[in-house]
Design a binder for this molecule. Structure first.
Ligand code: ATP
Length: 453
């Protein structure tokens, strides 16, 4: 983690998220459930745009990847074979002074002495392993035989379904299986807003290949994933690729990169790209007794494919997009005086609402009717928002704050009252430059479609 943090900036972001309906504390009226978050009307749009774009580039735009959607409830044998039942744990210690449960690596060290990050206490229990999986029972009998787990990652259902998907999709190596879905980890200390939650979503690709292709594909996927972040508006200068050192890598991995982002609370992992060798398929083949081999028709060989896994967090990426987009600058009000504004410079492709439509005055029927016509015209192609309340500058400001990239204003020129040549044209305002252009209403769908694609 880098030393530079900005807690004030983070507070403003959390407050904006709540005020404008991006993210709320889950079960808030009952005091909140720690580590769980609910996405509000704008948050759900942002999250869906992210997931849809990931699916588009990782699945739809490729011939070598197919998708799946696996169950969250997972058979214990799956997670025994993968090593999670035995080893998916963090070392936990308790502070004897304030009774906090802490992850051992969260202690702060001052002058060589370990201290509790909450109270500064120095008296701790011994570290013990705490398994992060949520256990539940399936069916009426709540005994050992009915134990199941909420999946701690989406990857395992991909490995377990490898053979079925290979057969139905008839893919040849290298090929991938992609999945987006919920994962659950009973994190000892959920923190940093949604960054470390107990319930979250992952976007994972398992890209199967021949052993000799593994290292090369690890590089390939790292680069592809960096391009992805660029395409959703996360600047390369705030991303860092960490080569995970041998000692910290999973024992079966031959190479792992962490893609990290400079959050206001420090540099932290957004995504892991790992070459996992044939570990997972081999484990499941051994434990289930079912063949998970791939038959190569050319060489007539049977092999267990190796796999490269780019595994990204939906919630962490949403948070990174909001952190990246949050800005405060100056904008003119209706009287032309400069005022400070909050603006979310979200990539238009990701913005929850693409275009806001304003009649200049709400009590002028022809302006309102024209604006509503434009709403109907644009709605099949994008999310739009109609707003007739308040001074136009204030209406712009409300949209700037939620990242709406475009604003269309219907004014008296639109009605052709001043200059017949301007009839059926509107002003199209850009959120970031605040520049306005005059465009014909009929051209709006094509112009905007191009900019939000
Ligand atoms: P960390 O070291 O931060 O706990 P990890 O290395 O355990 O993360 P992975 O198991 O590689 O994470 O999971 C892949 C991705 O899933 C992470 O890069 C992250 O984006 C996301 N993720 C993992 N744990 C959480 C969590 N508790 N809350 C939100 N997202 C998470």
């Amino acid at each position: 983690m880098s030393a530079s943090t900005d807690s004030q900036r983070m507070e403003k972001i959390v407050s904006l998220c709540k005020r404008r309906g991006f993210i709320f504390q889950s079960s808030e009226v009952y005091g909140g459930l720690n580590g769980a978050w609910d996405y509000g009307p704008l948050g759900v749009e942002l999250k869906r745009n992210l997931k849809n774009y990931w699916w588009r580039v990782m699945v739809h735009e490729r011939d070598d990847v197919v998708g799946m959607d696996g169950a969250i409830l997972t058979h214990p044998e799956v997670l025994k074979a993968s090593g999670h039942v035995e080893g998916f744990s963090d070392p936990m210690i308790d502070c004897r002074t304030c009774k906090a449960h802490l992850r051992a690596d969260q202690l702060v060290e001052k002058k060589g002495v370990k201290q509790c990050p909450n109270c500064g206490g120095k008296d701790f229990t011994e570290a013990r392993q705490f398994n992060l999986m949520f256990e539940t029972h399936v069916g009426a009998a709540a005994d050992e035989s009915s134990v199941a787990y909420l999946r701690p990652e989406t990857a395992q259902s991909i490995f377990v379904q490898f053979k079925n998907i290979l057969e139905v999709s008839r893919k040849k190596l290298p090929f991938g299986i992609a999945q987006i879905g919920k994962a659950f980890r009973n994190e000892i200390n959920p923190r940093n807003f949604t960054f470390r939650s107990r319930e979250f979503e992952q976007m994972e690709l398992e890209y199967f290949c021949r052993p000799e292709q593994g290292m090369e594909l690890l590089e390939y996927w790292k680069e592809e994933r960096l391009k992805f972040y660029d395409n959703i508006g996360i600047s390369r200068t705030n991303l860092h690729v960490l080569t995970v050192p041998d000692a910290e890598r999973a024992f079966y991995s031959k190479g792992t990169y962490d893609i990290e982002y400079d959050f206001p609370f420090g540099r932290q992992e957004l995504e892991g790209v790992a070459y996992r060798t044939d570990y997972d398929l081999s484990q499941h083949q051994k434990a289930s007794g079912k063949s998970l081999e791939y038959f190569d028709e050319e060489t007539k060989e049977r092999i267990i494919p190796h796999v490269v896994e780019p595994s990204a967090g939906v919630d962490r990426t949403v948070l990174a997009m909001i952190c990246e987009a949050y800005a405060e600058d100056q904008a003119p009000n209706d009287k032309g005086q400069m005022e400070s504004r909050i603006v979310l410079r979200l990539h238009p492709r990701m913005a929850p609402i693409k275009c806001a439509i304003f009649p200049l005055l709400k009590n002028k029927e022809p302006l309102v009717a024209k604006a509503k016509e434009i709403v109907a015209l644009l709605r099949p192609d994008m999310t739009v928002f109609y707003d007739e309340g308040g001074a136009i500058g204030r209406r712009y400001r409300r949209q700037d704050e939620i990242g709406t990239p475009f604003g269309v204003t219907v004014d008296f020129e639109t009605l052709g009252e001043r200059d017949p040549a301007l009839r059926d044209t509107v002003t199209l305002r850009d959120r970031d430059s605040m520049k306005q252009e005059r465009v014909a209403i009929q051209d709006l769908p094509a112009i905007l479609r191009e900019r939000i694609r």
